[in-house]
Design a protein around this ligand. Structure first.
Ligand SMILES: Cc1cc2nc3c(=O)[nH]c(=O)nc-3n(C[C@H](O)[C@H](O)[C@H](O)COP(=O)(O)OP(=O)(O)OC[C@H]3O[C@@H](n4cnc5c(N)ncnc54)[C@H](O)[C@@H]3O)c2cc1C
Length: 387
């Protein structure tokens, strides 16, 4: 990390801390209880330009490297906030930036940078295909000067709080392509007038407040200029954004782990049982110390992944490992914190149980641990593909 970046990161962490201090535990508890979107928190981050940090300056963003964007997300989670409501606003635009044409970039990126336009819905997963993305069956069929979309997505998060959605659909059926990853296309879909005109969004209530939905397309028309890049090459475009997503999610996990470790350490030093702080017992100390060591280790892999990404080098293995190790470190820290708190760990007012629920997701999404292990086994160790 350059000293210039170190100074910038320190300033950004201070800025994020001030924002998070304005949104204490009660705010998040109330949103969680009612499954409400944290609009005020998202607006505060938007006004400070934090969600536009990765957009190049020529389009109104701050043009920061991914490694610095990752620090913003770590800080949000470390200081008690949650970026799940808006992290995709930071990185979904990457597909438009890298693969969109000049008109698309000029039309959308400045609005995304200012926050006037929300591009934070990403429609890839489908109920029958699951992780096997090339088996998706949502079809976009050429018709006149556009496409007609039919099919269904699931787990499309923030769709009700987004103006635009990046949609992956088949433009050629799987049985008509040479390679299963061919024939998939990416569209930038305007959702503002779509509800009731071929698109239906249904919220899914989950164990966390994540504004996730399922989306149904029934003869939904989209203009031809919503196609990003070349028709049939969408899988490659989606993959190219996934390393950035994994690195940024890993950064959030590191922030969560730090939050749990601080919370557990403070409580262990304060809580008196048998006439002394529980933190005097090695049975309490050691799990916290171990979680700390594993968090630092995961963070080193995360930094390596982000630096490779920023240098434009291949970072697939490192991005995957960072996401896996960081999500495991945050889960270990969460479990340790819960155990340190004893009964109070499950009481809402300490926020431990909420954060515990929230951090568990990242061992499953955006990619589950088994699939990461398969990637490492195949691509790094040269073992046979297992699926
Ligand atoms: C809250 C939430 C938000 C999400 N947001 C989005 C979003 O905004 N956009 C979007 O497109 N998707 C989103 N997702 C989907 C997410 O990316 C998937 O849930 C995730 O990739 C896992 O896919 P799946 O749930 O279909 O599991 P499945 O593919 O059904 O797999 C189930 C289990 O089997 C394991 N498994 C499957 N195949 C293999 C194999 N070959 N070897 C070993 N193990 C295997 C998996 O690791 C997993 O543990 C979200 C999911 C959740 C829960």
């Amino acid at each position: 990390m350059t000293s210039e970046n170190a100074e910038l990161i320190s300033q950004l962490r201070d800025t994020v801390k001030k924002v998070c201090d304005d949104f204490p535990g009660e705010y998040w508890r109330e949103k969680d209880r009612n499954r409400h979107y944290p609009t005020e928190f998202v607006n505060a981050l938007t006004e400070l330009g934090l969600l536009a940090s990765l957009i190049p300056e020529e389009y109104g963003g701050s043009g920061l490297p991914l490694s610095v964007g990752a620090e913003i997300l770590t800080a949000i989670h470390e200081f008690g906030g949650h970026a799940g409501a808006c992290h995709a606003q930071m990185y979904t635009m990457g597909t438009v930036l890298r693969h969109g044409n000049v008109e698309q970039k000029e039309q959308y990126l400045p609005g995304i940078a200012s926050g006037d336009l929300r591009l934070q819905a990403f429609g890839v997963t489908e109920p029958t295909a699951g992780t096997d993305t090339t088996s998706i069956s949502t079809m976009a069929v050429r018709s006149g000067d556009g496409y007609i979309v039919n099919g269904q997505k699931v787990w499309t998060s923030r769709a009700e709080h987004s103006d635009l959605m990046l949609l992956l659909a088949r433009t050629t059926p799987k049985d008509q392509v040479k390679k299963r990853s061919d024939g998939l296309s990416v569209f930038l879909v305007d959702m503002r007038d779509a509800q009731g005109n071929g698109m239906t969004i249904k919220p899914i209530r989950t164990m966390i407040n994540h504004s996730t939905t399922e989306i149904f397309f029934d003869n939904f028309p989209i203009p031809a200029n919503s196609l990003i890049g070349e028709e049939g090459k969408g899988f490659k475009y989606i993959l190219s954004g996934m390393n950035a997503e994994r690195i940024l999610i890993a950064a959030e996990c590191i922030g969560d782990a730090r939050w749990f470790i601080k919370k557990a350490t403070d409580y262990a030093c304060e809580r008196q049982v048998f006439g002394r702080p529980i933190g005097m017992n090695q049975g309490i100390q050691f799990p916290i110390a171990r979680a700390y060591a594993n968090t630092i280790a995961a963070e080193l892999v995360l930094r390596e992944a982000a630096e490779l990404y920023d240098r434009g080098e291949d970072c697939g293995t490192e991005a995957n490992m960072a996401k896996m190790l960081a999500s495991e470190a945050s889960w270990e820290a969460a479990d340790t914190c819960m155990q340190t708190f004893g009964g109070f760990g499950v009481a809402e007012e300490y926020d431990v149980e909420r954060k515990f629920r929230e951090c568990r997701l990242y061992r499953i999404a955006p990619i589950s641990t088994n699939l990461i292990l398969s990637f490492i086994a195949e691509h790094e160790l040269g073992m046979p593909r297992s699926y």
